[in-house]
Design a protein around this ligand. Structure first.
Ligand SMILES: Cc1cc2nc3c(=O)[nH]c(=O)nc-3n(C[C@H](O)[C@H](O)[C@H](O)COP(=O)(O)O)c2cc1C
Length: 181
């Protein structure tokens, strides 16, 4: 059994990204994993200030008690697998999802504890496949830098309308990624 954290980065509950994250989470739970979905897109998490005081005051981030970061950081660090879910906003991640990835900079001094995780990526966008180029690159390069094993990427193209991913095969694809945990 693995500890799995799903970082759901859309501001819209019940939207396409949320549905993909849930499809993955439910499949992972059904397979016996310990899964926590964190709706980071609807939480109060600021961007990283780059002060490099990570863990120096005995907590993940010296500013992390001013928002919700220090509350969720230990669970992310302890996870065996992290799934990132974000809709495409202007060819990139949502500001909320990217803020969480940026704040994960604080885990770099943790070395091996932060490395060796499994990682998955889920995204949705209104337009075609090419809009996922930059969002996927951010995920893949971050995974490579941190020594994470990529277990799956599902990018739902042509899903602009709220909940339209339900009419596609992408939810089944997201669920299937859980088989690789
Ligand atoms: C601020 C904003 C920017 C967006 N930028 C893009 C974009 O660059 N390319 C695209 O194909 N869709 C874009 N979209 C559409 C969303 O990616 C799409 O509707 C997605 O399914 C929303 O996911 P959600 O339901 O999980 O929130 C944008 C939507 C918003 C609100």
């Amino acid at each position: 059994m693995s500890k799995v954290v799903v970082l759901e980065g859309s501001p819209k509950k019940g939207g396409n990204t949320d549905l993909m994250a849930e499809a993955f989470a439910q499949a992972a739970e059904a397979a016996g994993h310990d899964v926590k979905v964190i709706p980071v897109g609807r939480m109060n998490i600021d961007g990283c200030r780059g002060c490099r005081a990570c863990y120096k005051a005995g907590k993940p981030c010296v500013f992390g008690d001013q928002d919700e970061w220090n509350g969720i950081a230990p669970g992310i660090l302890a996870a065996d697998a992290i799934a990132f879910a974000t809709p495409v906003y202007w060819f990139g991640w949502t500001a909320q999802a990217k803020a969480v990835l940026d704040r994960m900079f604080c885990f770099q001094p943790k070395g091996e504890e932060f490395q060796g995780k499994k990682a998955a990526f889920f995204s949705a966008a209104a337009d075609g496949e090419d809009v996922f180029e930059a969002p996927k690159m951010v995920f893949e390069k971050s995974a490579a830098l941190n020594g994470w094993e990529v277990i799956g990427e599902v990018c739902a193209a042509s899903c602009g309308a709220h909940g339209s991913v339900r009419e596609t095969d992408y939810l089944a694809q997201a669920a299937k990624v859980a088989e690789r945990l």
